[in-house]
Write a protein that binds this ligand. Structure first.
Ligand SMILES: N[C@@H](CCC(=O)N[C@@H](CS)C(=O)NCC(=O)O)C(=O)O
Length: 226
């Protein structure tokens, strides 16, 4: 018996990407069920995961539904304490938790102006002051994390929940060409070049594009490896 994980469109669903990374990057087996947005089947696909109304959502091997990416992260961390979901160091762990919570509830300007789209880049995206402020805040937190990091390329050195939560942000920074400092660039490149991320993106490209995610900016090639 394994976990069941319901996810939405891989090219566009940033919360699904986070939920899926929480399994894939920590080597936890899950039966993945794909659904797609803007089709009646979406509500049907959700029914076995009631009372969830959004993706990602999981069913525990022994039964029981966990909805919401943050609850999924905490549940997996609790059930698999040997997997290193959170940094070991207490100061780093506290910061990681705060960053993940802030990501989960914040950055509204960035999230609404730059919906995740892993199929292309937007070459002439106009960056508003509000989006720039979100980017600056995220970069501040990334620098604070790196200051506490152990060895390794991720925010706190080893991969943690924080990296799963900020992966769609790194993808947006790359895809929308958002103005970031030199210090942040290696992390963005590392995130969108990671083999697990590439697996997710490639699988998403097999689906038909969703026109709801078209934006009135010129389209460019995806800035990362295929
Ligand atoms: N707070 C939720 C947000 C989940 C969410 O908004 N998921 C979107 C897809 S990225 C969704 O299911 N949208 C479908 C809908 O709202 O009908 C989480 O962290 O999991």
């Amino acid at each position: 018996m394994t976990y069941d994980l319901l996810i939405g469109d891989r090219s566009y669903s940033s919360w699904s990407l986070r939920g899926w990374l929480l399994f894939a990057k920590f080597d936890i087996a899950a039966t993945v069920h794909d659904t797609r947005f803007y089709i009646p089947q979406f509500q049907e696909d959700l029914k076995p995961f009631a009372p969830a109304r959004t993706v990602p959502v999981i069913r525990l091997p022994e039964g029981g539904i966990v909805m919401d990416s943050l609850a999924i992260a905490e549940t997996l961390a609790e059930r698999h304490p040997d997997k290193g979901y959170w940094p070991e160091d207490l100061e780093a762990r506290a910061l990681a938790r705060g960053m993940v919570a802030e990501m989960h509830s914040g950055y509204g300007a960035l999230r609404s102006a730059c919906p995740m789209n892993l199929r292309q880049s937007f070459v002439d995206f106009p960056v508003s002051d509000a989006v720039a402020a979100d980017v600056a805040r995220i970069e501040q937190l990334w620098a604070a994390a790196r200051a506490l990091a152990t060895e390794g390329p991720w925010l706190f050195g080893a991969y943690s929940v924080a990296d799963a939560f900020f992966a769609p942000i790194a993808a947006r920074m790359a895809g929308y060409g958002l103005p970031v400092s030199e210090a942040s660039k290696p992390y963005i490149v590392h995130t969108i070049s990671d083999p697990t991320f590439l697996e997710w993106r490639r699988r998403g490209l097999q689906d038909a594009p969703q026109s709801k995610y078209d934006l009135p900016y010129a389209a460019g090639k995806w800035p990362g490896p295929d």
